[in-house]
Design a protein around this ligand. Structure first.
Ligand SMILES: [Zn+2]
Length: 390
């Protein structure tokens, strides 16, 4: 079959057994219910395919066609790049018992040349393989994966909570992640902040995290913002995201974040850890019934009453668990599936290995979302300064 003459003779012989139709005829049949199969490789289809066609690579055709179309009487149309592989595909389908099969002459090249409708493939070959196990979930599928690719999540803190959350969000294919943190990696971070590495002690956390995320999933765009959140930059840093993950380790930052969440109508996924325990909730200002962070904590506590991880200590796995729960809530919000933690507070105790859930209601007198609420950033900053100077 390497001899061109033999190849032509063989294709001519194939054409006698496999009927061909023009692209415009294929389009008409498609409208009447025929199934158009684009048998090119994933990478070829990534540049576009006939509108309404189903992508099924020639190499998988016999293995997957029955799953896709068990009805042997359904009219099938095969299409490839130029109309040769589709002949082979059609012949294979005939042999499998499909009774009404046509190959589209001239393939996608002629389809496009004749100005027939095309659509861009949602996923290219890399994405199809990378996300295969979650694409199988009907709640995700190609449409959900496309939503994730178009989504952006801001992570406040590339530490104990932000590290595991960022890794799984990147792995899941969230298109854009913004990491906000002004710290550098310390050796004492590594027992829980597994996104960093021993060799990167001393490096900015956002840069170290970006290296790990790029290695895990090069498709994801990671923006490193080496800044500490303050009244003057909070809105600029958070605007334009779909969800923000609260991985802050101090109250001034949390209150600023809470205010920005209200002002920007940005869902806030709250997580906190201490010693062997953690907490999780979701505050979604787009929902009228959603409480806010300050329904839970109206005023910042005095510094002495609010030890952070460096003072109180924490078992390394605890922020890992809470951070992954935050990532789970983020994915649900982005995909629009399931029941989020809005209106519920989850408390986790690692020593007892217990999750406890309490109802969290919106407080009409809340200083963050009640009638008298003020979310002025300068006021919030002052409030926290007063609280922590105790
Ligand atoms: Zn509130």
């Amino acid at each position: 079959m390497n001899d061109p003459l033999n190849r032509e003779a063989w294709l001519a012989e194939l054409r006698q057994r496999v009927p061909e139709i023009r692209p415009d005829q294929a389009l008409a049949r498609q409208a009447q219910g025929a199934l158009l199969l684009d048998v090119r490789e994933d990478i070829e289809r990534a540049e576009g395919m006939p509108a309404g066609a189903i992508g099924l690579s020639r190499g998988f055709l016999e293995l997957r066609i029955e799953q896709l179309e068990p009805d042997r009487a359904r009219p099938l149309l095969t299409l490839c790049g130029s109309g040769q592989r589709s002949l082979l595909a059609a012949e294979a389908l005939q042999r499998m018992g499909y009774r009404d099969v046509h190959s589209v002459a001239g393939g996608y090249a002629r389809w496009k040349m004749e100005g027939l409708p095309v659509e861009m493939a949602v996923l290219d070959g890399d994405a199809t393989e990378r996300y295969a196990r979650q694409l199988r979930l009907p709640q995700v599928g190609e449409a959900g994966q496309a939503k994730l690719a178009a989504a952006s999540v801001a992570l406040l803190g590339a530490g104990g909570l932000g590290a595991p959350a960022a890794m799984y969000l990147a792995a899941a294919g969230v298109g854009r992640l913004t990491l906000i943190d002004d710290d550098v990696v310390e050796r004492s971070n590594l027992h829980r902040q597994v996104i960093h590495a021993d060799a990167r002690v001393g490096m900015a956390k956002v840069d170290s995290a970006r290296m790990t995320l790029a290695a895990l999933n090069p498709r994801v765009q990671v923006e490193a913002q080496r800044e500490r959140l303050h009244a003057g930059n909070v809105e600029a840093l958070l605007a334009g995201h779909d969800v923000v993950i609260d991985g802050a380790d101090n109250f001034p930052t949390r209150y600023l974040l809470a205010a920005a969440s209200r002002r920007l109508k940005l869902p806030l996924i709250y997580g906190a850890v201490e010693r062997f325990r953690g907490q999780l909730s979701v505050f979604d200002p787009r929902r009228a019934d959603s409480p806010c962070y300050r329904c839970l904590f109206p005023e910042p506590p005095a510094a002495a009453d609010a030890p952070n991880c460096s003072e109180a200590g924490v078992l390394g796995v605890v922020p890992g668990i809470i951070g992954l729960l935050q990532a789970t809530e983020a994915l649900k919000l982005l995909l629009g599936i399931g029941e989020t933690m809005v209106g519920r507070l989850l408390s986790f105790d690692a020593l007892e290995m217990r999750f406890r859930e309490t109802r969290l209601r919106r407080d009409p007198t809340c200083p963050g979302c009640g009638l008298e609420a003020s979310n002025d950033y300068a006021d919030i900053a002052q409030l926290c300064a007063a609280g922590s100077s105790e």
